[in-house]
Structures are given as C-alpha cells and as structure tokens.
Design a protein around this ligand. Structure first.
Ligand SMILES: Nc1ncnc2c1ncn2[C@@H]1O[C@H](COP(=O)(O)OP(=O)(O)O)[C@@H](O)[C@H]1O
Ligand SMILES: [Mg+2]
Length: 310
C-alpha cells in the first residue's frame, strides 16, 4: 500500500488532563475511502483535527505525503481539505464568493475554471449566486465540501458528513463521495452510522475511547468476523433442547417453534452436517431452514462492547 497519510503513535491529552487519543497508528492509502467508525466521544474529531493540524498532538507524528504536519505545516496542510462536523458558513455570503475565498486562504491564484468544475460536481452551479442563508441543509453541506476542495487538495476529510441528515440527502452524499473518489481524491470520513461505512468505504477503522481497535478492508472484515446463523423451523415445537444436542451452539426461539444455530464462517468447518444428523437422531423433524449473515453493525457492536467490558 502506498500511504499518503502516515499517523504514528499519535497521542492527545487535552489541557484538562483528558486523554482523547492513545497511541493511534494508521496508514491511509492513496485514493481510498476510509471510514472511521466509532461512538460519540470516541476521539474521531480529535484524530481528524490533529491530522489536519488544528489540534496539537501531545505525542507521536503525522506525515502527509512525506511532510511532517508540525514541521512542514504549510506543505502538509495544502494537500488537505477539511469539512468540519459543524456547519460554519456566513449566512449572507454568496456561494461562489465563499468558495473563492477558501481558495484564497491557501494562497492559491484565482482559478475560475476550477471553482466552476467544483460547483458543478457538487450540483451547486445553479446556486452559485444564492446567499448561504437561502440554501437547504443538504446544499450547505455541499458548500462546505466545495470550500474544502477549493484549493485542490488531494485528501479530503469529512467529519460526520451525514449526521442528522435525512436518508435521501445521505444517499446524495454517498454519491458525492463516490464521484470524488473516481476523481482520485483520497477520502477519510468519520461516522457513527454503520450502514454508511458499509455503503461507501473501502476500509473501515473502528475507534473507541481514543484507541484504534482495528483497520481492515471492509469486505475482509465482514468475511472474517461475520458469523452466520442457521434458522431451523421445526415441525413440532420443543419445550427444551434434547440432551443429544447440548454440544451445539443452539438456541430455542419462538416458543420452541425454531432453533437458531450460530457458526463461524471463517472456522475450519461449519458443524452443520453433524448438527443435522444429531437432529435426525433425536427424532426432530424439520420444516424449513434459512441462513443469515451478521452485518457490519453486529461486528461493530460486538467489538465496542468487548472493549467496554475490558
Ligand atoms: N477541547 C477539549 N478539551 C477537553 N476534552 C475534549 C476537548 N475536545 C474533545 N474532548 C473530549 O475528547 C473526547 C473525544 O472527543 P471527540 O474527538 O470530539 O469525539 P468524537 O468526534 O468521536 O465524538 C470526548 O470525551 C470529548 O469530551
Ligand atoms: Mg466528532
């Protein structure tokens, strides 16, 4: 993997003594979409703000395309666009001048073609002369993205881009992210919506209490940690599990009308063959069988609960 951002043993302890990041190490690949998933207070905003140079780390380092974020702040920061969690726009500004202004902040020369391309890409071109206060919530979010892209960064950080946004706007945002990725922009977004990570990320990082619990390819993660369940509908309901079946990971559900068998998809064997023959030996007649796969949500909740219990 060729990393465009390298985070090495990053630490952040706030002035009040609260440790928000503990030895966070993370490589972000060129052109990927990485979703940082974690509950409220996990440290997502702190991590992003530190990488972007807005929060001073108390340990460790961040390199952006080889530039140390502290020592070479300007070079590193020029490569980064940041869309903050809170909407921070001047209500009376016009869309296009607000985006131009953001470009100017980075000392970049005027480039109307780039501004137009960016506004078109975000479906804001028709609104370029509207004032911010005249826009809907979804449009305001897109203006924030346009402002973050105004200086042509190669890496875009989106902090909770769809928090509190309705389902339709959320899908629109996912399309926007896909379009930016297709343009070669590396994207890091934080979210506490698991379905969002499932929908758009190439890799998923799980963060809780300031620690990275894992970073993994989304598909591999789901295959590795995914558990499958086999639901067996019974011809006659059972009042209890027969003796001969106690060796299986079985649960009697629906007032005894069905059995649920949980197995590991990554295990050497599923145990289904033996289960079925033990069921037959116990004289149990089956009516129907269904399988289901655990989602990223189950995996995430399991991980965070494990951490909280530790
Ligand atoms: N300026 C600050 N001073 C002290 N504690 C802070 C500050 N900013 C954030 N925190 C604390 O750090 C933790 C992580 O916050 P944050 O990074 O915003 O989490 P997230 O974005 O995952 O919800 C929280 O417990 C929060 O209260
Ligand atoms: Mg946050």
């Amino acid at each position: 993997m060729s990393a465009i951002v390298k985070v090495d043993r990053l630490e952040k302890t706030y002035a009040d003594g609260f440790q928000a990041l503990s030895s966070v190490s993370l490589d972000i690949a060129h052109g990927e979409v990485l979703a940082l998933l974690g509950p409220n207070g996990a440290g997502k905003t702190t991590l992003i703000s530190t990488i972007c140079g807005l929060v001073q780390p108390t340990g460790g380092s961040v390199h952006v395309d080889g530039h140390d974020i502290a020592a070479d702040y300007r070079q590193a920061r020029a490569l980064i666009g940041l869309v903050p969690q809170e909407i921070t726009l001047e209500p009376f500004d016009k869309v296009i001048s607000s985006v131009r202004f953001s470009r100017g902040l980075f000392g970049k020369p005027r480039d109307e073609a780039h501004i137009e391309r960016t506004l078109r890409q975000l479906s804001l071109w028709d609104k370029r002369n509207s004032r911010i206060k005249e826009l809907s919530g979804g449009m305001k979010r897109r203006v924030l993205i346009a402002k973050a892209l105004a200086h042509e960064p190669r890496i875009l950080f989106l902090d909770e881009p769809t928090a509190g946004v309705d389902v339709e706007l959320r899908r629109g945002m996912w399309d926007t992210v896909a379009g930016l990725k297709a343009d070669g922009v590396t994207i890091i977004l934080t979210t506490h919506y698991i379905e969002e990570a499932e929908a758009i990320a190439d890799r998923v990082g799980v963060i809780n209490k300031g620690r990275i619990l894992l970073v993994e390819d989304k598909d591999k993660l789901m295959a590795r940690m995914g558990r499958k369940q086999l639901r067996i509908e019974l011809h006659e309901p059972l009042t209890a599990l027969p003796e001969g079946l106690s060796g299986h990971d079985l649960e009697l559900v629906d007032d005894g009308a069905a059995l649920v068998y949980t197995y590991d998809t990554a295990g050497p064997r599923t145990g289904i063959t033996r289960l079925l023959s033990d069921l037959a030996a116990a004289g149990i007649v089956l009516r129907d069988i269904q399988t289901s796969q655990s989602s990223l949500e189950d995996i995430f909740v399991g991980l965070v609960q494990e951490e909280d219990a530790a």
